[in-house]
Write a protein that binds this ligand. Structure first.
Ligand SMILES: C[S@@+](CC[C@H](N)C(=O)[O-])C[C@H]1O[C@@H](n2cnc3c(N)ncnc32)[C@H](O)[C@@H]1O
Length: 216
């Protein structure tokens, strides 16, 4: 049996999630967008019509099409985690990070948030995660080991809450805290996870003071 990847299953849900997250982040109009998996460009056409930005894909034909349809954007062909970890786009403070891969988004998200880069005070982060099913079938998915150990098969039931915990821990590296979050399951068996978050720079991000204990 041949498995056909469907790029934009739940297109309406993905569009609504992007619009809501950008609205809450205050960057619905003319955002500066980093799109890590450009695909056929359907989402950008519906969500980022007045945006500028950078888009990456590893597929040569898709990159050619993206470059043709988005003449004002920076368009790159490459493996998203690798090029982000090497500093691509690090000089720009992006308003939106859009991560819509086929499987797990976490290597891409880690490459973005752990690599030194310019950071906007507020940022909309919108993510698709297709790895929930693999975990249910007993597969190991990179970086989920502590949660798999803790929850075992029950990780399926709490996957969204754990995604939020994992995102909170990751964006701390870049001085961000989550100020808003919304997530949904999707797909015929609930195998897809879609979430959006608004990130704000923490006021104490440069502090080397230990947290003060409340006065007795
Ligand atoms: C779900 S589709 C993205 C759909 C896109 N948001 C759209 O609006 O059409 C996933 C895309 O990621 C690309 N891709 C898969 N692995 C990649 C990687 N490691 N680095 C960059 N692009 C990758 C695929 O070529 C495919 O175009």
């Amino acid at each position: 049996m041949r498995i056909v990847q469907q790029d934009n299953q739940h297109l309406a849900l993905k569009v609504a999630l992007r619009q809501e997250t950008m609205r809450v982040a205050g960057c619905l109009s003319m955002p500066c967008v980093c799109e890590t998996h450009g695909g056929t460009g359907d989402l950008a056409r519906l969500c980022y019509a007045d945006a500028t930005g950078m888009v990456i894909d590893r597929d040569t034909d898709r990159v050619d099409r993206l470059a043709f349809t988005r003449p004002t954007w920076q368009v790159y062909e490459g493996d998203a985690p690798t090029v982000l970890a090497s500093g691509l786009g690090a000089e720009t403070a992006w308003d939106v990070l859009d991560c819509d891969p086929y499987g797990s988004p976490w290597t891409t998200l880690e490459a973005f948030f752990v690599t030194p880069r310019a950071l906007a005070p507020i940022m909309a982060l919108i993510v698709t995660d297709g790895s929930r099913q693999k975990q249910r079938l007993g597969g190991t998915v990179y970086g989920w080991e502590p949660w798999q150990e803790h929850y075992g098969q029950n990780l399926w039931d709490v996957f969204l809450r754990c995604s939020r915990d994992r995102a909170t821990a990751l964006v701390r590296h870049a001085g961000y805290a989550l100020s808003w979050w919304h997530g949904r399951y999707g797909g015929r068996t609930g195998q897809m996870t879609y979430w959006g978050a608004v990130l704000r720079q923490r006021e104490d991000r440069y502090s080397d003071e230990p947290a003060q204990a409340p006065a007795a």
